[in-house]
Write a protein that binds this ligand. Structure first.
Ligand code: SAM
Length: 189
């Protein structure tokens, strides 16, 4: 088995986010956290959309090292586990792209969500984009990292303490080129 540090310079992530799910809800001055930012791919996309106050955090130091080299103008920080190093109610939005599918332990997922709830402002937005499947499945990805693809219901249940505004499933290949689906959920605190 590999971990994210081992593959940080080998992977090119490809799960697309739907820009409008954020831009329709948030002014460009919003404080946005890209949780599990990897090498900053989505953080950089948000920067390109005009968001001015974006922070990315990731538990893999090598991902952060790669990101700070590729995108030196972004704020990307290495953060291990929980609690997250941010005050209560400090973000207008959190985006998390293909991260919960890498957290196979339900208790860890619950801890992470409770931290995201804590650091979001009242009415703050959470946007999860996650690979999903018709049936929940645990597997090792083509790059050797352990993964979980839940159902749409599983992904929605991650944010069951939030008010869900939108949930849709669209086709999206995995980074190793397999046909798959992605679930996009937008919810508010
Ligand atoms: C599939 S990658 C996606 C990276 C990025 N969001 C993107 O879409 O380009 C998943 C990332 O989540 C990070 N990750 C997994 N568990 C995490 C946790 N508990 N806290 C922070 N980052 C985590 C991994 O290190 C990895 O970089």
């Amino acid at each position: 088995m590999s971990n994210w540090n081992d593959v940080a310079y080998k992977v090119e992530f490809n799960l697309e986010i739907i820009n409008e799910l954020l831009t329709d809800r948030l002014p460009s001055s919003s404080q946005v956290l890209d949780f599990g930012c990897g090498y900053g791919r989505i953080t950089n996309q948000l920067h390109g959309l005009g968001f001015k106050n974006i922070t990315g955090v990731d538990s893999s130091l090598e991902m952060i090292n790669r990101g700070t080299n590729e995108f030196p103008y972004l704020e990307l920080n290495h953060v291990m586990g929980t609690p997250l190093p941010f005050p209560d109610e400090s973000f207008d939005a959190v985006i998390s792209c293909a991260v919960f599918t890498c957290i196979r332990d339900q208790k860890i997922r619950a801890n992470v969500v409770s931290e995201l709830l804590r650091i979001l402002k009242p009415n703050g937005v959470i946007y999860l984009a996650e690979f999903c499947a018709d049936e929940s499945v645990l597997f090792t990805s083509g790059v050797g990292v352990p993964m979980w693809h839940g159902t749409q219901a599983d992904i929605k249940s991650i944010v069951s303490e939030f008010k869900i505004e939108k949930s849709l499933v669209i086709n999206n290949q995995t980074m190793t080129g397999h046909n798959s689906k992605a679930c996009h959920v937008v919810a508010r605190k």
